[in-house]
Write a protein that binds this ligand. Structure first.
Ligand SMILES: [Fe+2]
Length: 416
C-alpha cells in the first residue's frame, strides 16, 4: 500500500512567515502497528529527510525533514508501539530513562508521571485521572503534570478558572545521564477528554503584557529545533555552534527542589538544586556533555537541542582560525560554570524559538499516534485537567545506541 503524506493542519496562531510548513505530516494509507520493512523505511525517511518519493503517489516532495508524523485512528498494542519505536534504533532496548526502578528514578521529578506497562516495560502509561484494568494494570492513578508543582509562580485560581494556563516544561525526552537521548518518541492517545480550549500565558500573572497562545485542552506543544537555531542572530549562532552543554548528574533528581520559569523554558536561578553530594551515587564517566546543536543524520541540518532545566555548565570552543572576532561572544572559548550565566545564555538562545507563532500545539483525538524526531524538536505538556477528566496515553522512547552527532568543523567555520 502506498504511503501518503498530507500536510498537518496548522493552528491559526502559526506564523505565516516563520512557521516551517514541513514540520508535520499526517501519514495515510498505512497501519503503524503492521508496517512492512519497506513502509517503515518510508516513514523513517519522512521523519529525517527530504521526501524523495520515487514512485507515483509516494512521498510528497518537500524541502526538509518533518519531525512530527501523525497517524489518525491508529490501532496499536504496546508490543506494536515498542516495535515501531525500536525500528528507528534496532540496537536500543531499554526505556529512555532506564529501567524505571532505581533509587534515582524514585527521587526523580519524573517519577509520579510514569506508570510502566507490565508486559512491555518500555511503554509508559501517562495521563490524568483513574484508569482501571488497563493492559495488566488493575488500576492506575494518573496525574497530568501541572505547572503548579514545578513553576516558581502559579496562575491564580481566578485566572485558572478563565482557562489561563502554562507550558509545563520544554524538553527533549532524555535521561541526560548515563543513557543516550532517544532518536524517536511515540505518543499514542487512547482516552482523550474533551473540554474548552485554554490560553497559555508565557509570563507571570502580574505581567499581563506577556505573550499568549490559544491551545486545545491538554495539547502537547512542539517547536522545531532547526527553526530555533535558524532565527538566532549571527553572534548567538556562533555561540551555539561552538558550545556544548554539560548536564548535571541525575538531572531530574538534581532539579527536583528547584522551580521553573513561567514560560516552562528552564529554571529560575535561586540555588535550590540538590547539592551534588546529596544526589544518588553518580559517576563522572556517566555525566553527559552534548553539543547544543544536533545534526540531522541525513539532511545535515543543525537543530538546537538543549534541555535547559538539566543544564549545569557550558563549554565554549574558541572561534576557528580566521573567523571575525567582531561582536563574537567568548571568542577565545570559555568553560562557563556560573549557573546563572548558563541559564541566562540558554534562555536568550532558546526563547525566540518558542514564540507563539512557532509552536505546533497538537489537538489530540482518540487513537492519534504521534511519532516525533526527538533529536530535532522540543516539546512540552500543556494545560490543566480536572481530576475527573480522564486521559490515558501510551508513550515510548528508547535510550539510543549512539550519541547525537554535533556540528562538524565545516559547520563551525560556516556559522562561527
Ligand atoms: Fe516528553
Amino acid at each position: 500500500m502506498a504511503i501518503e503524506l498530507a500536510p498537518i493542519a496548522l493552528p491559526a496562531t502559526a506564523s505565516r512567515t516563520d512557521f516551517d510548513p514541513d514540520f508535520g505530516r499526517e501519514v495515510k494509507g498505512v497501519k503503524p502497528g503492521e508496517l512492512t520493512p519497506e513502509q517503515f523505511k518510508e516513514i523513517e525517511t519522512a521523519l529525517y529527510t527530504v521526501g524523495l518519493g520515487s514512485s507515483p503517489g509516494a512521498l510528497n516532495l518537500c524541502t526538509s525533514q518533518h519531525g512530527i508524523l501523525l497517524f489518525r485512528d491508529a490501532a496499536l498494542t504496546p508490543e506494536q508501539q515498542y516495535a515501531l519505536t525500536k525500528a528507528f534504533d534496532p540496537e536500543s532496548e531499554s526505556y529512555g530513562h532506564g529501567n524505571n526502578k532505581t533509587q534515582s528514578t524514585k527521587k526523580s521529578i519524573l517519577h509520579p508521571d510514569l506508570k510502566t506497562i507490565p508486559r512491555v516495560p518500555q511503554v509508559q502509561l501517562i495521563g490524568n485521572g483513574m484508569v482501571y484494568n488497563h493492559e495488566g494494570l488493575e488500576s492506575a492513578a494518573l496525574k497530568h503534570p501541572s505547572h503548579t508543582t514545578f513553576h516558581k509562580t502559579r496562575v491564580s485560581p481566578e485566572n485558572e478558572a478563565l482557562g489561563i494556563t502554562r507550558f509545563y516544561r520544554w524538553h527533549i525526552d532524555a535521561a541526560l545521564y548515563d543513557y543516550n537521548p532517544p532518536r524517536a518518541t511515540t505518543l499514542y492517545g487512547i482516552t482523550v477528554p474533551g473540554g474548552d480550549r485554554q490560553t497559555v500565558r508565557y509570563s507571570d500573572d502580574d505581567d499581563p503584557s506577556g505573550e499568549i497562545l490559544s491551545v486545545p485542552l491538554g495539547t502537547t506543544a512542539f517547536v522545531s529545533g532547526k527553526k530555533m537555531f535558524q532565527i538566532l542572530p549571527p553572534e548567538l549562532k556562533s555561540l551555539a555552534v561552538r558550545t556544548s552543554v554539560r548536564y548535571a548528574p541525575h538531572p531530574y533528581v538534581w532539579m527536583a527542589p528547584a522551580r521553573a520559569k513561567s514560560d516552562g523554558l528552564g529554571i529560575v536561578n535561586e540555588g535550590l538544586e540538590l547539592p551534588l553530594s546529596e544526589l544518588p551515587e553518580w559517576e563522572q564517566s556517566k555525566i553527559k556533555t552534548l553539543p547544543i546543536l544536533w545534526k540531522n543524520p541525513v539532511t545535515g541540518e543543525l537543530h538546537f537541542q538543549v534541555h535547559p532545566c538539566g543544564a549545569q555548565e557550558l563549554i565554549v570552543k574558541p572561534l576557528p582560525l580566521g573567523a571575525s572576532r567582531e561582536g563574537a561572544l567568548y571568542p577565545d572559548g570559555e568553560h562557563i560554570k556560573d549557573l546563572g550565566k548558563v541559564r541566562e545564555l540558554l534562555h536568550s538562545m532558546q526563547r525566540p524559538g518558542i514564540a507563539p507563532g512557532l509552536v505546533y500545539p497538537h489537538d489530540w483525538k482518540e487513537r492519534d499516534l504521534v511519532l516525533f524526531h526527538n533529536r530535532g524538536l522540543l516539546h512540552t505538556v500543556v494545560g490543566a485537567f480536572k481530576p475527573d477528566q480522564v486521559r490515558a496515553f501510551h508513550q515510548c522512547n528508547l535510550a539510543a545506541s549512539d550519541v547525537p552527532a554535533g556540528p562538524t568543523e565545516q559547520d563551525i567555520i560556516a556559522w562561527a
